[in-house]
Design a protein around this ligand. Structure first.
Ligand SMILES: *Cc1c(COP(=O)(O)O)cnc(C)c1O
Length: 416
């Protein structure tokens, strides 16, 4: 997988769509998606992907996921409405999140499963079940577990026994069981910042323990959330400490465990295994083009200022050196050492790339790769509206999938 463009492609898209520009690499995304899916299914066929909308909710990406058979994983009414607009049946929407909106009730009425995060939500759903005796309310619990992440997560119902003798998860199960029309269909967990193999061994081990404790029969599904590494270019991968597991290595822990526990049951009775990749499948398949506008030297330090900002690309550009390619456009090259690429904003910390060594000229275009997660969805309306996004298809053809924002887009909600 490599989303590096050639010079002709860069010239063509900049001429056609302008700079800066997001690029969604549709073919690479599809390959990457299918690699994850098929790696897990080759071991445990009843596996599916629930794509995390918040990570990158670009509608074209959501449509592609739907075409590939994936579910929509949403954490707010905004995302729920988007999934409905994309054309999803509620059976294929996973409604997560600590604070859900009114859409949650519509989702329940239409037969969807809600992953309950807290007791307040459980109370509201129990009340709703009492008021709607004619339907079955399907829910699951997001459990708060320790998979060795080294911090206390604030999400989900605490699955461990509190000092008073019973956990919040115990209470949630009790409340659910006291309503005959509530069905607990499965268990869910999601722990961020925990992408190692050990954390996945722990996820499945602890989830099995909880399933055995709380379910008298086989649950309909076990949802392990996100937290697998994406496929990365070497330049980026080597900035991470330790081994970066492959999809196969994750599957060998999780899918194999599912197969061992449930593989002998008839297919219809086996629980579905879900994971909820966002970063895992989108980060490597979007790139960004920016143009060098000025090069200055201040007290011996070189600053290369771009027509874009770190805000376009998200936190990753502050945490790591993104994989980049420079396309020279005939300007006078400057040799730099330990130069910083900086953005158009007036923030001192708007650094896009630090420690650049090499030649660069005003007018050069730089492709920044691995910017698919928490980028366009995270871009603040700070100082300038956001730029356009295009999709590049298998045959090299391009299409605008998000137009450039206008000044009116930004100010239309303010009262003048
Ligand atoms: C954020 C989130 C995801 C996706 O996480 P990534 O790190 O982007 O892969 C999946 N599930 C839930 C519940 C989330 O909150």
């Amino acid at each position: 997988m490599n989303c590096q463009l050639n010079k002709e492609q860069v010239d063509e898209v900049i001429k056609k769509y302008g700079s800066p520009l997001y690029i969604f690499h549709a073919e690479e995304f599809e390959q990457n998606y299918l690699e994850l899916l098929n790696t897990f299914r080759s071991i445990y066929p009843k596996y599916n992907i629930a794509y995390s909308y918040k990570t990158n909710y670009t509608p074209r990406i959501c449509h592609l996921v739907k075409r590939l058979g994936g579910l929509a994983e949403v954490v707010s009414d905004m995302e729920y409405r988007l999934a409905k607009k994309i054309g999803y049946d509620n059976a294929k929407i996973v409604y997560n999140g600590p604070i859900k909106g009114e859409g949650m009730y519509e989702h329940i009425l239409l037969g969807g499963v809600v992953n309950v995060d807290n007791l307040e939500e459980m109370k509201a759903i129990a009340l709703f079940a009492v008021e709607h005796k004619e339907i079955t309310v399907h829910l699951a619990f997001r459990v708060n577990i320790d998979i060795g992440q080294g911090f206390i997560s604030r999400f989900g119902l605490d699955a461990y026994e509190a000092q008073t003798g019973s956990s919040e998860l115990d209470s949630a199960f009790q409340m659910a069981r006291s309503e005959p029309n509530i069905k607990v269909a499965g268990l869910h967990c999601h722990v961020g910042r925990s992408r190692g193999i050990e954390a996945w061994k722990n996820r499945i081990r602890i989830m099995f323990k909880l399933v055995d404790r709380y379910f008298s029969s086989v649950p309909e599904f076990i949802d392990l959330g996100s937290g697998m590494n994406s496929v990365m270019e070497l330049d980026l991968a080597k900035q991470f400490s330790g081994h970066i597991p492959t999809f196969k290595e994750y599957a060998e822990e999780v899918a194999v465990a599912m197969k061992e526990k449930y593989g002998s049951l008839p297919y219809e009775e086996q629980p579905v295994l879900y994971t909820e990749p966002g970063t895992t499948i989108i980060s490597g398949n979007m790139s960004f083009l920016g143009t060098v506008k000025s090069i200055k030297n201040v007290k011996g330090k070189s600053y290369i200022t771009f027509d874009c900002s770190g805000g376009n690309m998200g936190d990753i550009c502050h945490l790591k050196k993104l994989p980049i390619t420079i396309y020279h456009n005939g300007g006078e090259k400057v040799r730099c050492e330990d130069a910083d690429f900086v953005g158009y904003t007036c923030l001192e910390h708007d650094h896009i790339y630090e420690g650049f060594n090499g030649e660069i000229a005003v007018g050069d275009v730089v492709q920044f790769r691995n910017v698919g997660s928490y980028s366009n969805v995270f871009k603040p309306p700070f100082i300038l509206p956001n730029c356009a996004m295009i999709q590049i298809d298998k045959d090299g053809s391009t299409e605008c999938i998000k137009r450039r924002e206008t000044i009116d887009d930004i100010f239309q909600t303010y009262i003048f």
